[in-house]
Design a protein around this ligand. Structure first.
Ligand SMILES: *Cc1c(COP(=O)(O)O)cnc(C)c1O
Length: 238
């Protein structure tokens, strides 16, 4: 087994253990492998080890990878998720290449994504990024503005609203992590109670996936535990 295959198995084991600890089925929690800063060859290794959903933060880097790997692995049915900030001037690339966007926090961006999604492509699958732990400068829609944004996004013809995403600042300890994640879970449950057919709660990364799963995550976004440490130089390139 190569390193990536071994790492993926360790992450799947962590997910299984966390699911068992909270009485959930492993099939309720998807694994998104976050390949940002890593080259095509490690994605190929992950695909060979059974992984098919990948997350990218930086739009241009992601698009380059998507184009190259869709050509190289044409039969692999890969799924690409944009999990990084999306500025207006990048929406076209996202709409044309990605399958999912987790980081929608403004109606203007959602509108552009819908307008720019090709009529022949499946709808773009969308999560709203919710700011559950920060001040007004942090990315994500505030919980008090979430309902209005969800209502507006749900009307857009070329998007399909699937759920919420959050990226809380790192906090120490399982209980404190769960406390923050359960705020996102609360927002998600409220929207479902309002009639939104949401099935995705995107939360949990390498350091805190256990707490996220205990708090109701349906998708964990894991980078370092799958691909190893990122080089600081590569991380700095947006
Ligand atoms: C980088 C990143 C991840 C993965 O983080 P790791 O700590 O490497 O698991 C998940 N989500 C987002 C939004 C990220 O930017």
């Amino acid at each position: 087994m190569n390193t990536i295959a071994g790492n993926l198995q360790l992450v799947r084991d962590r997910i299984a253990t966390a699911c068992a600890a909270s009485g959930r089925e492993m099939s309720e929690v998807a694994l998104l492998a976050v390949s940002k800063t890593f080259g095509n060859e490690v994605v190929v290794q992950a695909v060979a080890a059974g992984q098919h959903a990948f997350g990218e933060n930086y739009i241009q880097e992601g698009v380059d990878k998507i184009v190259a790997l869709r050509a190289l692995l044409a039969s692999a049915a890969l799924e690409w998720h944009c999990i990084g900030p999306v500025q207006s001037n990048k929406t076209r690339q996202v709409a044309e290449h990605f399958d999912w966007v987790h980081s929608v926090d403004r109606l203007k961006i959602a509108q552009r994504l819908s307008d720019q999604r090709a009529p022949t492509a499946p709808p773009l699958q969308v999560c709203l990024q919710v700011n559950v732990d920060g001040g007004p400068t942090k990315a994500g829609v505030g919980p008090s503005e979430l309902l209005a944004l969800a209502q507006a996004v749900a009307q857009l013809p070329r998007l399909r609203l699937r759920g919420l995403m959050c990226i809380p600042d790192a906090v120490e300890g399982f209980a404190a992590q769960c406390e923050v994640f359960s705020r996102a879970r609360g927002c998600w449950s409220d929207l479902r109670a309002q009639g939104f057919a949401l099935d995705t709660l995107s939360m949990g990364m390498t350091e805190d996936l256990e707490a996220a799963i205990a708090s109701g995550s349906t998708l964990v976004r894991v980078g370092r535990a799958v691909f190893g440490e990122r080089s600081p130089k590569a991380v700095a390139t947006p």
